[in-house]
Design a protein around this ligand. Structure first.
Ligand code: 0O2
Length: 211
């Protein structure tokens, strides 16, 4: 990689590294307290230079405006077991003092035409450099394991077909997205029933102890 790009991307690498530690820290705290963690796992990446250049050309972003106009050079992804966990993760992130949410895109309520579902946050995150503080834009994608399964496969097929899916493939992917949605719904129902049963059980136990 050219030295100039390496220098440009260094603060983004730092931001992604720090954010991964912090988001994994949330998961650790839930586990330590024996609570259901809304975060199953976290990944992060800095966008490769060739992807930055392709996206910049596609969106008419000039290279000297990348810092201001490309929001996902630093990208974090949070995977959750249940759809309900996503709201909880957003609420936790909203409460943090070390970053600022500047945009939210809810592709769960409003899924994309492709079938893509995820909750996106664009944040401002300050990194401390030897030259002082630098504000970095980063995108956090929050999704269930089922949404991630779909998006990962669709993304790699997209790469293969360069975004120009044959109509049949497009329809199949839309149907697969619907199946992933149904799976999330079903899992939520199962979860609710388990929670209700646990509540009844502990309530019942409490009662018999009192008697
Ligand atoms: P990468 O790093 O290859 O994932 P838009 O103008 O709506 O197209 P914008 O403004 O860039 O998009 O922001 P958006 O939609 O909030 O976020 C774009 C990112 O969301 C993409 O990044 C993907 O990671 C993900 N994404 C959005 N739509 C889809 C989709 O249909 N399928 C899949 N698999 N992922 C999607 P990039 O730029 O593709 O980069």
């Amino acid at each position: 990689m050219e030295k100039e790009w390496e220098l440009f991307l260094a603060p983004y690498e730092q931001a992604v590294g720090e954010m991964k530690v912090k988001l994994r820290g949330i998961r650790k705290q839930f586990r330590e307290q024996n609570k259901h963690t809304p975060i199953e796992f976290v990944t992060g990446r800095v966008k490769p230079v060739d992807s930055i250049l392709t996206k910049a050309a596609l969106r008419n972003i000039s290279v000297d405006r990348l810092e201001e106009e490309m929001q996902d050079i630093a990208g974090l992804r949070i995977m959750c077991q249940f759809v309900e966990d996503i709201r909880q993760v957003v609420a936790i992130i909203r409460n943090r003092k070390d970053l600022k949410i500047i945009q939210e895109r809810d592709y769960i309520t409003n899924k994309k035409e492709s079938g893509y579902r995820s909750y996106h946050l664009v944040i401002e995150y300050p990194v401390q450099l030897i030259t002082g503080e630098k504000m970095i834009l980063a995108e956090i994608q929050i999704r269930t394991l089922a949404m991630n399964f779909w998006a990962t496969i669709e993304h790699s097929l997209n790469y293969k077909y360069q975004g120009a899916f044959p109509e049949e493939m497009k329809e199949r992917l839309q149907r697969a997205a619907e199946a992933a949605y149904q799976l999330d719904e079903e899992m939520s129902t199962i979860r609710e029933e388990i929670q209700e049963a646990q509540h009844l059980f502990s309530h019942g136990r409490g009662k018999s102890k009192a008697n």
